[in-house]
Each structure stands twice: as C-alpha cells, then as structure tokens.
Design a protein around this ligand. Sequence first.
Ligand SMILES: [Zn+2]
Length: 304
Amino acid sequence: MAALASWLDARAHHGRWLVRIEDVDTPRCVPGADRVILEQLACCGLVPDEPPVYQSQRGALYQNALDSLITHGLAYPCACTRQDIARALTASGQARERHGELVYPGTCRGGLHGRTARAWRLLTQNRMPNSGLGQSGRAQAAIDLIADNTPAPTAAQAEVAWCDRRLGAQAQDVGREVGDFVLKRADGLWAYQLAVVVDDAAQGITDIVRGEDLADNTARQILLQRALGLPLPRYLHTPLVLGANGEKLSKQNGAQPLDTAHPLALLAQAGQTLGLEVEHMASAETPSAWLQLAVPLWATKIAG
Ligand SMILES: [Zn+2]
C-alpha cells in the first residue's frame, strides 16, 4: 500500500524508488521476512532501483549520529527503568501516557548521580509544568550553548510544525507530548527514530511516502534532523487499508500472507484506497501495465 504509493510518487517525479528493510529491532524480526516482502513487491511489479538497505547492518552510522548529538550536549544517558519513570511521574502528579508510552519526565537530565546508564535520550526543550527538571545546570548549559552558537545544530525547539502533502498542516510539541525520547535503548538496540533519520539522509531521500499510522513519528524525526543538521524531506502519509474490525491489515515487519497469485487484484485494492480511479487500469493485463497507467493518475491527482 505505502509501497505502491511511494513507487507511484517516485515515478511521477521521475525519481528513484528505494526499499529499506527496517530490521533495527533485530530480535523481533522474523528471519526471511525481508525476502518474502521483496518477492511480494516484485510480484506487483514494484522493484527497487537500488539494492535494499538493511538497518541491522548500519549500527556504525547510528553511533556516529549519537556521538555527534552527545558532543553538542543534545543527548544524555538515562538510568531509569520503566518503573522509575512511572514513579517519578506519579510523584509529580503527572502520570501521562501516550500510546502506552510514558512521557519521560526528564529525571536524568541533571546527571546519573552514580546510577548506571541504560539508554540514551535526546534533550528536547522541555517545558513541563511543575517539573522544574529542565532547570538543572547541565541541561540548561546545553540549551544555552545551542542558543549562543547560531549555526550549530539547532535542536531543542521541541515545538515542530510541518506540512504533510496529504494531511496538511501538522504540529506537535515533542517536549510536552513525548518528552526526551530514546535514541539507543537499554538493550543496546537503536531506536527506530534515530535509524530512520540517519538513513533518510544517507540515502538522499527527498520524499517520504508511508502509511498514516506512522505520521505521529514525524515531529520526532524532524527534531532529530534539525539536531543533526540534516536536510528535511517532504512527507506524505497515505490512508491505510483497514480490515472489517477497523484494524490495520499488514504489519510493518513480519510478512503477512498477501495473495500474490492475483497481483492485479492487490494493486486495484491498494489503488482504490489511495483514491485512484482504478477503472482506468481495468484493461491492464500485467502489473507493470497497470502501474504505467496509474503513474499519470497519481501525478495529476496527488503529486501535484
Ligand atoms: Zn532517566
């Protein structure tokens, strides 16, 4: 679905279409799932213009990015367990949750005080009411440093506004709604947000086309792009194919059985959800013929 949308968008802009295997969560990735996904895409005529990139092989790039954030005082170690975070939030009367994730109260901004580092977090300009944690000397020094060195990476402006090509004007105050989010997890795995931002820049991605369920990550990713001094790509979040129960049908990782025996039916279903007039493509006898007919429709209707 997002694959079709991004392929059409790349073709409509005479661009290149790249596939990235986001297997950063290594233990949860099913072996061989990547091959199944690539085969399913190929059945539908969607073949990447370059060999796919595997996030599980790019740890050194992510470490470089984290090191650069640490150097600029924009990342700090955190010793908190989930329980610590819950306790700190309860103690300050602001037990806030977001998609099942606790909003980090900034406990370790002022240092670890002898505790052992577990994870690394991005320092956002956090204006949490009544927390007072953002006033700690170290964090404040980092924020002042950013404010004084104008051309240096400007992170910390935790209020992010951007324009989605389909959803229009979007805004999120990351500091308030998410808090200082994790860049490297306690188990040593890289956080999705950091990996994606580093890879988008390394691959020279100009346009990100992905499912609407990922739209909520955009503000965090823009914050990281600013902090790392990376170019900001454009974003388009597509509608999702929903099952009868209103749940998303396919998972991002882990191949779901798609009926690849009938690729034209799959394309037609995805095209319909994307708002393309699929009857224009009814005469197509192969996936590539269908795609060739769909490109101009996408170009006029959506790519703009
Ligand atoms: Zn902490």
